[in-house]
Design a protein around this ligand. Structure first.
Ligand SMILES: *[C@@H]1O[C@H](CO)[C@@H](O)[C@H](O)[C@H]1NC(C)=O
Ligand SMILES: *[C@@H]1O[C@H](CO)[C@@H](O)[C@H](O)[C@H]1NC(C)=O
Length: 562
């Protein structure tokens, strides 16, 4: 403790601990596996010694189902074999690297102003703008695939509100830093901080203006004249066919971009990439790749965080936590990304549909972390930019656009910046390039984030799963049966598509490039959908045979014939 600053240099920035009682658990798994093998042996002897043809067929299919379940069991348990848990020491990070912290670019993606209301989007944006991190090293980009002037307007309002909100957060060190979440937790509390009521009033007025515009379905004329950005929408005819709209709402390099206390603000950029009916837009992967290129022209942060617009930051220290995994002198060199779990703030009381995904977040992802790294789940994830752009582990990589980074050229005004950066968000830009293939997020699969993560692992990198007690990001969970079914269907479909594509963990894609154990865990979600056949057979046939009085399972007293 008292060894002073010098001793700190040797201490690691993060620590990895193995699950408790690991060996006892492994022993238990082995004993279960022996049990499973005995069931198989029992079935085989039944098939061999039964004379009835029909029954033999039933046995046979039952045996196939059991083989499948055994395989499924092995895959699921492979994700539990070697669980590890990570701990970050951000005070050591601050101690050693406070002056050398890298630039961090934060991408927030939204796609539809009706499903994802602008108020929710800007709450997420404000929560990430308020990270406890040097503001000159923080840039926030909103990608609006809905191309909606309402979302743009809300972000404009947020840029003004942030001048009050950021100093308020930092002065009173409040958490969480999403205004909506903060006000909702504080509403019934007697604790008051100075200025709370005035900032709440500002927020409510802003909310009112945005809601009014939303209800009107257009932006009132007097607001339109306030910002040149609105003129972009004059020529926009449809969500699927428009030019690139890029607006720097807060130019963090500009000495005038300060909050009410005179402290610099982070960069804030609105992007709606070009859309054209003649070009595939590749959904969120396309949006992320456009953001990667645009941000490389503007701030070119070394570290990238991407969050969905419904996931606000619940912990203003998450950036520093994540950096501990990227900046450790000994152990960070092969870590490509740090994945936080998807956690939720609106779970119902008993969570009857299991929306909290607790098995995934508490067991399977730590298990995957123990055998090469968790998958990339598309939100709440910190990446190294160069890795996301295609760098192989252990090779040199030319960071494209390196010389054209404009962040340091303050004399180039925001509009010059917009002009230059705009070009790379055009839909023809990717033609004939490696974007979507070797560079950026991969195209052509519903689970583009998972295959992108897999390809990063295949390029020799590891990843880290970080699940702090106080969650880093909170989103909305499906809370009705209908919503849950839609969600699960989407996941099952996406993963099945992955299984059948060339990125399937059973296919040759990962062979020789990642370890067998790691591929097995990747399989886990892919074989979710194919599970249906065996499950259906197993739940229907034995019941029917029970009605006929023929037991398909051994009695307790039967000992298999070896
Ligand atoms: C979110 O952050 C607050 C502190 O601001 C904390 O009390 C709460 O437990 C966090 N929520 C979760 C789910 O971790
Ligand atoms: C929780 O999220 C769902 C969307 O999945 C939404 O319909 C519902 O209103 C939310 N509930 C609360 C309390 O925020």
């Amino acid at each position: 403790m008292g060894s002073g600053s010098d001793g700190g240099g040797a201490l690691p920035l993060f620590e990895t601990k193995e699950a408790k009682f690991k060996n006892a658990y492994r022993l238990f798994l082995i004993s279960m596996f022996i049990g499973i093998c005995m069931i198989w042996v029992y079935r085989i002897t039944q098939i061999l010694f039964d004379d009835d043809v029909e029954e033999r067929l039933v046995w046979m299919l039952l045996f196939l189902s059991e083989l499948w379940f055994g395989f499924y069991w092995v895959i699921t348990k492979s994700a539990r074999w070697n669980r590890v848990y990570r701990y970050a020491f951000r005070d050591r990070l601050s101690h050693r690297y406070e002056d050398k912290l890298p630039r961090v670019d934060i991408f927030v993606c939204t796609a539809d102003p009706t499903i994802e209301p602008p108020m929710m989007v800007i709450n997420t944006v404000l929560s990430v703008m308020a990270y406890n991190y040097p503001t000159d090293k923080l840039s926030v980009y909103l990608s609006d695939d809905g191309g909606s002037d309402l979302t743009f307007y809300a972000l404009l309002e947020a840029s003004v509100f942030s001048k009050h909100w950021l100093p308020f957060c930092k002065k009173f060190n409040i958490e969480p830093r999403s205004p909506a979440a903060y006000f909702s937790t504080k509403s019934n509390s007697v604790v008051d901080v100075e200025g709370l009521s005035s900032i709440k009033k500002l927020y409510e007025e802003m909310e009112h203006r945005i809601d009014t515009a939303a209800n009107l379905g257009r932006i009132p004329e007097e607001i339109r004249t306030k910002h040149k950005g609105f003129s972009e929408w004059v020529s926009v005819t449809s969500q699927r066919d428009h030019q690139t709209i890029l607006q720097v709402l807060i130019d963090g390099r500009n000495p005038n971009a300060v909050d009410i206390d005179g402290v610099a603000l982070p960069m804030l950029v609105y992007l709606s990439r070009q859309k054209s009916p003649n070009h595939p837009h590749n959904f969120k992967a396309g949006a992320m790749n456009a953001l990667l290129r645009v941000s490389s022209k503007i701030s070119n942060g070394k570290i990238i965080l991407n969050v969905d617009c419904d996931m606000y930051s619940n912990n203003s220290e998450s950036v520093r936590d994540a950096l501990c995994f990227f900046m450790d002198e000994q152990k960070s060199h092969d870590i490509a990304f740090v994945q936080f779990p998807q956690s939720f703030y609106n779970l119902t009381k008993n969570d009857i549909y299991g929306s909290s995904l607790s098995i995934l977040t508490e067991v399977e992802l730590p298990g995957m972390d123990g055998c090469g790294g968790p998958l990339y789940i598309g939100t709440g994830c910190f990446h190294r930019r160069e890795v996301l752009c295609g760098k192989k582990y252990g090779t040199e990589f030319d960071v494209e656009y390196e010389d054209s980074v404009l962040i340091n050229k303050v004399q180039e005004g925001a509009s010059k910046l917009e002009e230059t950066a705009k070009i790379v968000a055009d839909c023809t830009f990717e033609e004939g390039t490696q974007w979507g293939k070797e560079m950026g997020l991969k195209y052509g699969c519903a689970v583009e984030d998972v295959i992108t993560g897999l390809s990063i692992h295949c390029r020799g990198w590891k990843s880290v799963y970080f699940n702090p007690t106080r969650k880093g990001f909170l989103g909305v969970a499906p809370i009705t049966l209908g919503q849950t079914l839609v969600q699960y269907k989407r996941w099952a479909e996406g993963n099945l598509q992955m299984l059948l594509s060339r990125y399937g963990p059973l296919q040759s894609y990962g062979v020789g490039r990642i370890k067998l154990g790691h591929r097995m865990v990747y399989c886990l979600w892919c074989i979710w959908a194919p599970n249906w056949l065996a499950t259906l057979y197993y739940s229907v046939i034995p019941s029917l045979y029970l009605l006929k009085g023929i037991p398909l399972f051994p009695r307790v007293s039967i000992i298999p014939l070896f």
